[in-house]
Design a binder for this molecule. Structure first.
Ligand SMILES: Nc1ncnc2c1ncn2[C@@H]1O[C@H](COP(=O)(O)OP(=O)(O)OP(=O)(O)O)[C@@H](O)[C@H]1O
Ligand SMILES: [Mg+2]
Length: 301
């Protein structure tokens, strides 16, 4: 197996951000986003990587930006190192296949969450509210009306927009649509909601036809020259819940398509989810890579 790329070292440019998985470099009016092979689980980066994962995820990302380009413009310039600035070409071996050159935008500080199914934090809130509200026909959550009597993982009658704050630290707080309006103005708030739902629909319809469910996802937008564009990454396993349609059954939680193997392993050894995280055995690494490749095969190939 090839070695996992855990760190990058592009000395020509300063770091713009270093996330759990990606190293982002600042090129002035552009950014270079490099997906390493790091993997996180329960919000902690694991000591060993999944060799090749960064490449698979970058190829997925390029695919999604292209797929949704008919409904939303994005920050993407190129994923081809030959089209990068000359001083990056000497890093071709590291960057090839796992990086994207993008336009730097002014980030809009709202996490644009779209949900087609009821899962995760929405299900938790819903369950608790349903108990306290007893017999009413509808339940209002995050400023959205939901009918009562939904079961876990059930498909919603139509996708809903449940934005959150983008907190630098700590947990993101849910925002009502009115709060988004107060923050960015009515016109931009409406565009965020409309675009988010359109992009979700485009990808979710496509995924359905390929036997996959995108239960929910999260976008970031930015502005550039007065235009609103999609930034960051879209439909990655860190921003989205992917379910296998063949195993889907409402009324219970679903398996996370790509990260379940890692999560199950970590649960099986009773790790307390506090850093440092334990080393993954070779077999788990190999199986996880296979799973990422399978998602790619099923959605793109
Ligand atoms: N085109 C862009 N213009 C401006 N900022 C961008 C653009 N694309 C992405 N960003 C920002 O760059 C940062 C990328 O960081 P990254 O997602 O790797 O780490 P993080 O969000 O700090 O941590 P995590 O690993 O939890 O995601 C984010 O803050 C994102 O909002
Ligand atoms: Mg991020």
């Amino acid at each position: 197996m090839e070695q996992a790329l855990m760190e990058t070292n592009i000395t020509e440019y300063p770091l713009f951000a270093k996330g759990k998985v990606r190293d982002v470099y600042d090129l002035g009016d552009k950014l270079l986003i490099v997906a390493t092979d790091r993997i996180s689980a329960f919000d902690v980066v694991l000591p060993n990587g999944i060799p090749g994962k960064g490449k698979v995820l970058t190829q997925m990302s390029l695919f999604w930006f292209d797929l949704v380009s008919s409904v939303a413009d994005s920050h993407l310039i190129s994923g081809n190192v030959d089209e990068y600035p000359d001083d990056l070409k000497k890093h071709k071996e590291v960057l090839e296949g796992r990086s994207m050159l993008v336009k730097k935008a002014k980030r809009i500080d709202v996490e644009c969450v779209v949900r087609g199914y009821i899962a995760g934090s929405l299900w938790n809130e819903y369950k608790n509210t349903a108990v306290s509200e007893g017999k009413s026909d509808t339940i209002e959550l995050f400023g959205v009306q939901l009918s009562s009597g939904l079961t876990e993982s059930e498909k919603l009658p139509h996708p809903i927009f449940t934005p959150t704050t983008k907190a630098e630290e700590g947990h993101d707080e849910s925002m009502t649509f009115e709060q988004v309006t107060e923050m960015v103005g009515e016109e931009q708030a409406s565009s965020l909601r409309e675009k988010s739902i359109q992009v979700y629909n485009k990808a979710a319809d496509y995924a359905e036809r390929r036997g996959m469910i995108i239960a929910d996802t999260k976008f970031e937008f930015g502005t550039l020259n007065g235009m609103m564009i999609l930034i960051d990454e879209i439909f990655s396993s860190d921003s989205s819940r992917f379910w296998d349609k063949r195993n889907y059954k409402r009324g219970r939680p679903q398996e996370a398509f790509d990260k379940q193997i890692v999560r199950d392993y970590l649960e099986s050894i009773h790790w307390d989810k506090q850093p440092p995280a334990p080393q993954l055995p070779e077999e788990i690494v190999a199986k996880t890579l296979e799973r990422y490749q399978e998602v790619y095969q099923r959605l793109v190939k």
